[in-house]
Each structure stands twice: as C-alpha cells, then as structure tokens.
Design a protein around this ligand. Structure first.
Ligand SMILES: NC(=O)c1ccc[n+]([C@@H]2O[C@H](COP(=O)([O-])OP(=O)(O)OC[C@H]3O[C@@H](n4cnc5c(N)ncnc54)[C@H](O)[C@@H]3O)[C@@H](O)[C@H]2O)c1
Length: 459
C-alpha cells in the first residue's frame, strides 16, 4: 500500500508509535451508505473466468450462501465441512430458527433447481491434515475460501473447554491450510474470513484503515505494519493469530492471501437460497451464536423485548449476508498478484450503535427494549470509524439496513417463530468473574423475563 498523506494523526501511547492515515469515512448512524468509488462490477459471469473453489465451512451461515452464489455465477465449488456447527447446536440444546436441511438434501436440491453440481467432503481441517492435503492435490483448486472456524465470541468465552477448542480448531485449521498449500506445490489463492474485532473497538484513536497502518517508529523511521491487534475475546484472538500466520507464509512461501475483516452479518436469505425452501440458510438467534441484529429482529417479530447489553452504546460494523457472498466473489475474482503482500479488505457496509438499532426496530414494531447487564468485558460506549472503499473500488454496492429490515422480520422470524425456544436468548456465557457478579445483580429480573418468555411462547 502506498504511503498516504497524513490528514489525521493518532497516538497509540501503549504501542509507542504515531499512526498516520487519510481515509473516507463510514459514519455510525443507521442507513448511512459508505462512500464508494462506483465503477463496473469486476466479477465473473457464467461464461467468464470460471474458477474452481474449495469452500471450507460451506455448511455454515456465511459459507452456504456463498457456495451457492459462486456456483450460480459459474464457478466450480467443492464444500469442505465437518458439520461441527451442527454438533455445537446439539451440545447447546439450540437449533437454527429456520429448518435447515441435511447437507445431502441441500446439494441434491441445488442441483435440481440450478442444474449445477456442488460436491461435499466431510473433513476436519484442523485435525485431518492428510485428507485435506490429498483433496487439494486431487482437486487443484484456483482458490480456497476459509470460513471453517468456531466463530462465536460468547461460545469461546464459555469455559476452559470452549476456549481451548476455539484456539485448537481455528489456529490448527488455518495453519494446516497454509502448510497443505505449500506442500502441494500449487499456487492457490486463499480467501480468509477475518473480523473487524481484530482491530478492537475505539482503541486506536482514529479511523480504522484496511489492515495496514503507516507508522513512525522511534528514530523517525517510517514503516507500514499490520494494524495493532486488540482482540476482545478468545475467538477474536484466533483471528489476530491467523493474520500473523498469513503474514509469515506470504513472506516465506509466497502464499497469496486475501484476508477479509468482516463486520457482523445479518439477514438470512440470498437470491439463491430463496429458490427452494430446502435451500434456506441457517438463522441463529440464541445468545451464543445469534448475531445481534438477527437476535433483535427475531425478538421483535415475536413481540418480546429486545435484550440490549449494558447501555447499548457499543458501535459495531454490519453487513447483509447477500453482500458477504458478493464480496467473496469480488475477492475470488481479484486475487493479489504473485509476490505481493497479504491483501486485506474491511468487509463492512455500515456502522451502528447497538441501542440505535434496538430503538429503530422498536419504533417500527413497538416491541420494547430490555437493558440487561453486559456479559462481555468491553467498553460501554465506543465510536467506530472504518475505511471500506476497497470493495467499492471493485464495484460492490452494499445493501443498507433500511431496505431489508422489514422483509427479514416478516418473512423469516415470523414464519418460523414457533420453532424458537425463547429461553435461549438470555446470555449464558460471561467474559470473566466480574461479569458473572454483575449479572447476579439483575438475576431476578432475568429470571422473571425468562418466565415471561416461556409464558409468551406457551400463549
Ligand atoms: N457470522 C458473522 O457475523 C461473522 C462476522 C465476521 C466474521 N465471520 C467469519 O466468517 C466465517 C464463517 O462464519 P459463519 O457465521 O458462517 O459461522 P458458522 O459457524 O455458521 O460456519 C462455520 C462452518 O465451518 C465449519 N467448521 C468449523 N470448524 C471446522 C473444521 N475444523 N473443519 C471443517 N469445518 C469446520 C462448521 O461446521 C460450520 O459449518 C468464520 O470464520 C467467522 O469468524 C462471521
């Protein structure tokens, strides 16, 4: 990345350097669209430059719609997934709000409606290195998209077992992938799903650049470095460690990597998943895996107060699931050149304060808001100013919240609301002992609410 003119300088005293950047802004308010440099959409068509893609984690919330999107666009797709996410549902006593089908049914139906075949390999990428390597050598993909990680921050903080599993699974899987590509001798582009959470929230004192930051080190030495990592959970920590693994294998072995620092994904369906109900995407609404906006939408659709943690002053980045799939296709079609560094994009459409989202939904539905103690160890309030113009330069035009909000509420949450277990929406994972103690302070209110939820469901 070329050195940029310093319009804004921010000090990071803890890290001992001065950062410089000049970026367009994505302001924290609902409905705001990012500034993008509009241009022709640089994506493949069915008769264009079709690629062979392995989609690791292709049974998941982001992976399934992305696999269908790529297949629909003419790419050849092979899904790799060990179904661990479905097993965690069993472990937690949860279920997707939507009735997701078995992988076998999903793939059969997709072939029927599209005429296109997607195959599936049940491989644990963190543990079954030999199978992964053999698959890569056999399939010789152009690109491997890596979604296959344990992705819930609350689950990663639940207890020692979950912390260790998250690190072993995520770091083991990413490292196996890097090693297997190098051992295969093939020039394969890796597209990895990272998270905006690697940057931390509001700690760097200014606008968040796309991956790298120009700094002045002691002795007035100018350098471009990875943006300082400031993870807020064990899960987020694994994404920071992933970034270091990619940096090393890129430098040492020339591995071509695009790392996508994605915001919180909301929505369920895409143009492909609506083609048959048996293709429906998963919709997590429980307190461990349900992403905040989907949880609010589901609560509002069922007429129960939305659970806001703390003051709700946390500002977060968001993206609709159909834009996730479109961003992935843009990344697949625009690999970094051989010999270049790890490419990093911020995959976000807009930013919002959590309480603003709840108030927006409340103003449309009159559901009400339940402010409860925050199970997370995080700043009560933060600003979030994010650069996201690289996807704009590739022609990705993001959906904004307003356009889709009501459709999502009405079509999904209401339709499948009778499948919900409303006791699952209250937090069950706490970041540390202080957060447990704080929750004990409002335990009676929670207990009352949980009884209310059960009554609402029974009614
Ligand atoms: N959902 C979001 O809001 C969000 C936001 C930012 C980043 N991301 C990232 O996107 C990626 C996908 O997220 P998601 O929401 O689709 O999660 P998900 O849990 O729904 O899907 C992950 C899939 O990977 C599979 N998997 C996990 N470990 C595996 C292993 N060792 N071997 C094979 N398969 C394995 C799971 O079975 C699951 O199907 C994750 O890496 C996540 O960190 C998601």
């Amino acid at each position: 990345m070329a050195r940029v003119v310093a319009l804004l300088a921010c000090c990071c005293p803890a890290l001992g350097f001065v950062a410089q950047s000049s970026y367009t802004s994505l302001k924290p308010s609902h409905g705001v669209r990012p500034a993008t440099a509009a241009g022709p959409l640089r994506m493949a068509s069915a008769n264009g430059s079709a690629k062979k893609a392995l989609v690791l984690g292709g049974d998941g919330f982001c992976g399934w719609p992305t696999a269908l999107h790529l297949s629909d666009a003419g790419h050849e797709v092979v899904i790799v997934d060990n179904l661990s996410r479905r097993n965690i549902d069993l472990e937690l006593g949860c279920e997707s709000l939507t009735p997701i089908q078995t992988m076998q049914t999903r793939l059969k139906v997709w072939e029927q409606v599209s005429g296109r075949k997607i195959s599936w390999e049940k491989i644990d990428v963190a543990k079954e290195y030999d199978l992964l390597l053999a698959l890569i050598k056999r399939e010789k993909p152009d690109v491997i998209i890596h979604f296959a990680e344990q992705r819930a921050a609350p689950y990663s903080q639940k207890g020692s077992r979950e912390k260790r599993y998250t690190v072993d699974n995520n770091i083991g899987g990413t490292h196996n992938l890097c090693v297997a590509i190098v051992e295969s001798g093939l020039d394969i582009h890796v597209v990895h799903l990272g998270t905006m959470g690697v940057y931390g929230y509001g700690n760097s004192g200014g606008q968040i650049p796309e991956g790298y930051i120009d700094v002045i080190l002691p002795g007035n030495r100018e350098q471009k470095i990875l943006h300082p990592a400031y993870p807020g959970s064990v899960y987020h920590t694994t994404k920071c460690l992933d970034a270091l693994l990619f940096q090393f294998y890129n430098k040492n072995d020339g591995l071509r990597v695009t790392d996508l620092h994605q915001g919180i994904v909301w929505g369920t369906n895409t143009a492909q998943t609506v083609r048959d109900e048996r293709l429906i995407n998963r919709f997590d609404y429980d307190s461990d895996y349900g992403t905040v906006l989907n949880r609010f939408l589901m609560q509002a659709a069922l007429g129960i107060p939305m659970t806001v943690y703390g003051t709700g002053g946390q500002t977060r980045a968001f993206i609709h699931v159909s834009d996730t799939a479109r961003c992935l296709e843009a990344a697949v079609n625009n690999p970094p050149a051989t010999g270049s560094g790890v490419e990093i994009f911020n995959q976000v459409a807009e930013t919002h304060r959590v309480r603003d989202l709840a108030q927006l939904i409340d103003s449309k539905t009159g559901t009400g808001i339940d402010y409860i103690s925050n199970p997370r160890n995080e700043a009560a309030e933060n600003e979030l100013d994010v650069r996201n113009d690289k996807f704009g330069n590739l022609g990705v035009d993001f959906k904004s919240l307003d356009e889709n909000l009501l459709d999502e509420v009405q079509n999904i949450a209401q339709k499948y609301g009778d499948r919900a277990d409303l006791t699952l929406v209250y937090p069950k994972s706490y970041w540390n002992k202080n957060r447990v103690a704080a929750a004990a302070g409002d335990a009676s209110a929670n207990a009352e609410q949980q009884r209310l939820f059960v009554d609402v469901k029974a009614a």
